[in-house]
Ligand binder design. Structure first.
Ligand SMILES: [Zn+2]
Length: 393
C-alpha cells in the first residue's frame, strides 16, 4: 500500500507542496514555523518515504544556497467522475495537475457494476500510458447524495440500482489504493478550492446545476459535510406549493425548476402544445428533447423557453437568498449549468439575491460562473483523496 506521512508536520509540508508547488527549504521553514533542524529531519524522512524529492537549486536569498523541494514525481492520484451521461477519469501529479484524462459517454442507468467497471478500466488504460506501477490514491465523484462514511450512494440515489452499491470498496480493491467517494457538488467545490476562484476564499458556496443539483459548502477552509454527509443537498428544497412535479414525487422542488429535467419538461410541454413550433419540429424529428435543445431554443429567442430559464434562475436565486444569509459566504460559484444557459441563469440569480439579501451579507459577495467547468470535478476528486493520503495515520 502507498506510504503516508508519519506525523502532522510531514502532512502539513506535503499539503503546502501540493497546494503551492515547489518551495525552497527556507520558504517551507517560514511557512510551518519549525526549527531548522526539525524541518531538515522531517524533510529527510519525507524524501526517504518517497513522498518528496529535490527539484534543483532555489533562487538565492543570500547566505547558504537552498534547494527546491516538491512532491515526488512517483506520487500520482486518480480522479474519477461518474456523471449521469459521461465518465471522466484522470491521473494527476502530486500538485493535482492533470497529466492525462479520458472522457467518454456513459449511462448511469446501466447500473453500478458496468459503469464502475468501465471507470476502473479507463484508469488502467491511463496507468499503462503513463507507465505507472502504483497510484497513491483515487477519488470518485458521483451524482446525488453519497454516504461518505460507507463510500456508497445514499437514498434517494440519482437512479435506481445505485443505492448502497459499495463504490469506494470496489474501486479501491480494483486499483489497490486508498479510495474515497463523495457527491459531485462536494468534489467540484474541492476542485474550485484547489485550482479555481475558490482558492482565495475560506468560505464559499459551490452550486452544481445540471441533472443532479447540489451545493458544496467550504467553511473556514474545510468542506462541510454535516452530521450524515448530506449538507448542501438542496435539490429538493421546496420553493412553491403548486410547482411542477419533481422526479422525487414531490412538487415545487428546486431541481424541478432549474435542473435539466425540469427545463426539458417545460420544453416538452411547449412542443406538444404547439406554443413552440421549433421544439415541436425537433421533437418530431428526434423523438425526444434534451437540455441542449432547450439551450438552442433559448438562443434562438423562443419566448416560452426563455421565460422558463429565467424562472429557473429566479427560483435558484430564492434558494440562495436563504443560504447566503445563513452561511455568509465570501463568494458563490455556480457550475454545471447547461452550455449556453449559464449567463441567463446567473443574471436572474444575481438580481434576486442582491435585491432580497441584507447588504451586510452580500454587499461584497460576488456570484460567478465557474471558470474551471468540468475540470473542477476531476481535480476535486484527486484533492479529496490527497487530503486523506497527505494526513498522518
Ligand atoms: Zn424533488
Amino acid at each position: 500500500m502507498p506510504v503516508r506521512p508519519e506525523n502532522r508536520h510531514q502532512a502539513r509540508l506535503l499539503r503546502l507542496l501540493r497546494d503551492d508547488g515547489s518551495r525552497s527549504r527556507v520558504e517551507l521553514g517560514d511557512a510551518v514555523g519549525l526549527s531548522r533542524s526539525r524541518l531538515a529531519a522531517e524533510v529527510e524522512r519525507l524524501v526517504e518515504l518517497g513522498l518528496v524529492e529535490t527539484a534543483g537549486p532555489a533562487a538565492s536569498r543570500g547566505g547558504r544556497r537552498s534547494s527546491l523541494l516538491r512532491v515526488a514525481s512517483t506520487v500520482r492520484f486518480a480522479g474519477i467522475v461518474i456523471g449521469t451521461e459521461q465518465i471522466c477519469v484522470s491521473v494527476t501529479d502530486g500538485e493535482l495537475g492533470v497529466l492525462a484524462e479520458i472522457r467518454e459517454p456513459s449511462d448511469l442507468r446501466l447500473g453500478p457494476e458496468p459503469v464502475v467497471g468501465r471507470a476502473v478500466e479507463l484508469v488502467g488504460k491511463l496507468r499503462a500510458e503513463l507507465g505507472l506501477a502504483q497510484l497513491a490514491g483515487a477519488g470518485v465523484g458521483l451524482p446525488g447524495p453519497v454516504a461518505v462514511g460507507g463510500g456508497a450512494p445514499a437514498a434517494p440515489a440519482a437512479v435506481p440500482g445505485w443505492q448502497g452499491f459499495p463504490v469506494r470498496d470496489t474501486v479501491g480493491a480494483e486499483l489497490g489504493c486508498p479510495t474515497l467517494v463523495d457527491n459531485d457538488a462536494n468534489v467540484r467545490a474541492l476542485g474550485e478550492q484547489h485550482a479555481g476562484i475558490g482558492r482565495t476564499f475560506d468560505d464559499f458556496l459551490y452550486v452544481k446545476l445540471g441533472t443532479a443539483i447540489g451545493c458544496g459548502l467550504v467553511l473556514g477552509g474545510d468542506l462541510h459535510r454535516g452530521a450524515t454527509s448530506s449538507a448542501g443537498d438542496i435539490a429538493h428544497l421546496r420553493l412553491g406549493d403548486d410547482g411542477p412535479t419533481c422526479g422525487c414525487g414531490e412538487v415545487g422542488c428546486l431541481e424541478a425548476y432549474c435542473g435539466d429535467s425540469g427545463l426539458v419538461r417545460v420544453a416538452l410541454a411547449a412542443a406538444r402544445s404547439g406554443r413552440s413550433p421549433a421544439l415541436a419540429e425537433r421533437l418530431a424529428a428526434a423523438g425526444a428533447l434534451t437540455v441542449a435543445d432547450v439551450a438552442a431554443a433559448a438562443a434562438a429567442g423562443d419566448p416560452v423557453i426563455q421565460a422558463a430559464v429565467r424562472d429557473g434562475g429566479r427560483r435558484l436565486g430564492q434558494a440562495l437568498v436563504g443560504l447566503v444569509s445563513f452561511v455568509n459566504p465570501g463568494i458563490v460559484i455556480i457550475g454545471g449549468a447547461p452550455d449556453g444557459l449559464g449567463h441567463t441563469l446567473l443574471a436572474e440569480v444575481r438580481a434576486v439575491v442582491y435585491r432580497r439579501s441584507a447588504p451586510q451579507a452580500t454587499g461584497t459577495m460576488p456570484i460567478v460562473l465557474s471558470d474551471l467547468g468540468d475540470r473542477a470535478a476531476v481535480v476535486g476528486a484527486a484533492r479529496l483523496i490527497s487530503d486523506r493520503v497527505f494526513a498522518p495515520d
